[in-house]
Design a protein around this ligand. Structure first.
Ligand code: NAG
Length: 160
């Protein structure tokens, strides 16, 4: 069985908090990586990684690389990710391939688009269940395409 955890880091307006979160993220990768490897956990990141500091980008790429053969669990960390962003980057990538004559216009179908979405990093891009824990009653620009047939569990009370 493959369980996918999704964590989404939002960009906060306060720079200090962003820097703090990035430091925390970097520290977590460094301290947990050996554990992930020994537990057979695969790490993947989705989202606009170009907005991360260069050292963190390299750290994440290295972690993805070193855990890419693991198949017990997959941990997908979403950083600076949104469903609309994902569709836009997929469109750009497909348009580029048409322009470069790698594919033809008629090759574009749902399956091709799914291959270009960032969730193609997992064999199970369509979650069976989305648990929204914050008390919000909306999907909030998360995995828009991928949630087409997902059951959604919304907590109407908050944990606080
Ligand atoms: C993953 O598997 C491939 C193919 O078996 C191998 O070449 C590669 O070294 C492995 N990578 C890691 C990080 O274990």
């Amino acid at each position: 069985m493959l369980i996918i955890f999704l964590i989404n880091f939002y960009w906060l307006k306060v720079q200090v908090e962003v820097e703090f979160l990035m430091k925390l993220f970097e520290k977590s990768i460094k301290s947990e990586l050996e554990g992930f490897i020994s537990e057979g956990i695969r790490i993947s990141m989705i989202g606009d990684s170009s907005r991360l500091p260069r050292t963190l980008q390299e750290l994440v790429r290295d972690a993805e690389d070193r855990t890419k053969n693991n198949s017990n669990f997959q941990l997908i960390v979403a950083v600076s990710y949104s469903g609309k962003y994902d569709v836009v980057q997929a469109c750009k990538s497909i348009a580029q391939k048409v322009k470069d004559d790698v594919i033809r216009l008629d090759d574009i179908d749902e399956s091709l688009i799914e291959q270009e979405l960032e969730t193609s990093c997992t064999d199970y891009p369509f979650p069976d269940l989305l648990i929204r824990t914050s008390g919000e009653l909306r999907v909030s620009n998360f995995l828009l395409w991928q949630l087409a047939y997902t059951r959604v569990f919304l907590r109407t009370d908050t944990l606080a």
